[in-house]
Design a binder for this molecule. Structure first.
Ligand code: ZN
Length: 158
């Protein structure tokens, strides 16, 4: 049975709210403190609850270059942490997989287009709204990736 669960994490600030943060000036504007520790902890909790064998992340090569919490060292240690913290996850050998970690964002777009992924249902913007802003870092990277992949972005007016 397929289930989508939505989890509210209101204490996480939006990336755009971090610009005035004293401790974040040396980090990319899209940085959110300990973001992946929080997200993967929630995923591990859910995996334990439903008996999942895998937790799958979609980080690409460019993420790994920018954010330490998408790097192999983070996941090697996080994997150990969830097995140390859960008899069920350790017993089931629940594993964190990152199948896109060696691909560029453009390669991911190309792969998705080839697989028939409904790209009109994807979201890259770091801001809230009914439409992607087209100006933030996430939007700029999206435009670049679709362009490099030679794929028309269904969310951009032609
Ligand atoms: Zn945006």
């Amino acid at each position: 049975m397929e289930e989508h669960r939505f989890v509210e994490v209101p204490q996480l600030k939006e990336a755009g709210d971090m610009e005035d943060g004293r401790n974040f000036r040396h980090l990319p504007p899209t940085y959110i403190p300990m973001r992946n520790s929080i997200f993967y902890s929630l995923a591990a909790s859910y995996a334990e609850e439903v008996g999942a064998h895998y937790i799958i992340g979609g980080h690409n090569r460019e993420d790994v270059a920018l954010f330490p919490d998408t790097a192999p060292a983070f996941f090697q240690n996080f994997q150990k942490a969830i097995w140390a913290g859960s008899r069920l996850l350790r017993g089931r050998r629940t594993t964190i997989l990152r199948p896109l970690q060696l691909r560029s964002k453009a390669e991911v777009v190309s792969l998705a287009a080839g697989l028939g992924v409904p790209l009109e249902r994807t979201w890259s913007c770091y801001r809230e709204g009914r439409r992607q802003c087209g100006e933030c870092e996430g939007c700029r990277k999206r435009v670049k990736a679709f362009s490099e992949a030679g794929v028309r972005d269904p969310l951009r007016p032609t």
